[in-house]
Design a protein around this ligand. Structure first.
Ligand code: PRP
Ligand code: MN
Ligand code: MG
Length: 181
């Protein structure tokens, strides 16, 4: 079972759901007459996006993009490759980019630049987690769920080797999970 691999919980399911409800209300107020295009960045954003849009009782459209950094992640060039593009025309649309976490900021920097280049009417960022200590490029979210310290967190979309995304809370793995890898 997943539970036994977790050393400590950072944010419980209840804390997350309460925060998502507040974010949903705030964002809905800003976008209620704008028919926003809510864009989830695969795969990490899926649980958060799924909860967030159900806390937003406004008209909206949803779409998804999948991107990956080129080459070795530890010495990332900062270049990003599109694995799956939007199926929606961006020009003139109010875009809400939904992420599970901002770390270096490179993924979102690339996406914001791309969407502006495609003539979006506006682009804003909502992220469940912000890890400010990880930042390499200048990037700030418009809506943040929680800040996290520079630790490797999993759950609520965040993976370790593609595992643990479906944990309903955010936590830290026991060290032996990495050691046995
Ligand atoms: C993770 C995370 C963000 C991005 C943040 O995605 O979900 O999308 O990295 O890092 P950055 O701010 O340094 O760019 P990843 O590329 O691991 O893909 P995944 O969502 O499929 O796990
Ligand atoms: Mn991601
Ligand atoms: Mg990942």
């Amino acid at each position: 079972m997943l539970e036994k691999d977790i050393e400590k919980t950072f944010y419980s399911e209840q804390q997350i759901q309460e925060r998502v409800a507040v974010l949903g209300e705030e964002i809905s107020r800003e976008y209620q007459d704008k028919f926003p295009l809510v864009v989830g960045i695969l795969k990490g954003a899926v649980p958060f996006l799924s909860d967030l849009v159900r806390a937003m009782p406004i008209h909206m459209e949803m779409d998804f993009m999948d991107v990956s950094s080129y080459g070795n992640a530890t010495v990332s060039s900062g270049e990003v490759r599109i694995l799956k593009d939007l199926s929606t025309v961006v020009e003139g649309r109010h875009i809400i980019l939904v992420e599970d976490i901002i770390d270096s900021g490179r993924t979102l920097k690339y996406l914001v630049d791309l969407l502006k280049h495609r003539k979006a009417a506006s682009v804003k960022i909502v992220t469940m987690l912000d890890k400010p200590e990880g930042r390499v490029v200048d990037m700030a979210a418009d809506y943040v769920g929680f800040e996290v310290p520079n630790e490797f967190v999993v759950g609520y979309g965040l993976d370790y080797a593609e595992d643990y995304r479906n944990l309903p809370y955010i936590g830290v793995l026991k060290p032996e999970i990495y050691e046995n890898a």
